[in-house]
Design a protein around this ligand. Sequence first.
Ligand code: TRP
Length: 348
Amino acid sequence: MSAAQRRSAELEELIRQDPGRFRVLTGDRPTGRLHLGHYFGTLHNRVRLQDLGVETFLIIADYQVLTDRDVADRLDERVEDLVLDYLAVGIDPARTTIFAHSAVSALNQLLLPFLSLVSVSELSRNPTVKDEIAHSRQSAVSGLMFTYPAHQAADILFCKADLVPVGQDQLPHLELTRTIARRFNDRYGTGGTPVFPEPDALLSAAPLLLGTDGTKMSKSRGNAIPLAAGADETALLVRSAKTDAHRHIAYDPEARPEVSSLVLLAALCLGRDPHEVAADIGDKGAAALKATVTEAVNEYLAPIRERRARYAQDLGYVRQVLRDGNEIANEVAETTLGEVRAAMKTLY
Ligand code: TRP
């Protein structure tokens, strides 16, 4: 088990004992409708933490969309879609502050002192950024691509979050956030009182769901089952999913990744053990497996889809949720920026 996983297990225990002592910040880039991979990977866990009573900030990272593309088409609609998905899965705006980072000026101002605390070589050796550059469709790498991890540190530190539930790919950004917090405190902290906490990543045991083509489920690969898909669309997507040549259905993620991912998806929706789900299908083959998956997904998502459709009828409410969240985030960010100014002796 890696150090980050061990630490996450310890943190889970502390959360159970005293959820009120933690503040969570996490979020997404608004690049399209969320899918089942997001749901079982992160959304489910966010709702769990919220329901345990952990104070939660949920950031919609709209500037971050511009890291690997020149134009972000209709960001406003993407942001609305994201808020709808959040509300549909059970994020409760009374307990979770949903906001967009572009709407919070004081958060963005933190980027300048933060950038002064990191070197160009630290920014350019970030493995996640390197990977994103390798897959970028831009002809030239933008300055935002190199600096967005420092911006993400501002996303996290403006509200002094101490827990950041993320996937493995975000660990380099968390490490940079901790470095920035530590350096800021060392350089500007007075009387040993740190301005920023050093936040921890909270890794959840996220199941790896494959998309319909057998590679990781992802918005950009067109292989995902969106939460908002209709029952018929879901049936078509599941029917198109890649399987293999063996008739007997078994749960064996190493040897049979595509079939096992479908079994796992059904099991997650049914709240059952994947081996048992596979055993029930046995020799009935891939068609029977897909029928089981379609029914399980559609049943599981029915209330989520129903809520989403209801909120979609009331976009005024959806926008108000975001405006309210932005207002709270602005207050928090102003307070933090005030402390930063005081520490840096730039209060004029
Ligand atoms: N980089 C994250 C992603 O691509 C999104 C994000 C932006 C984020 N700011 C954040 C996640 C702060 C956690 C904390 O998914």
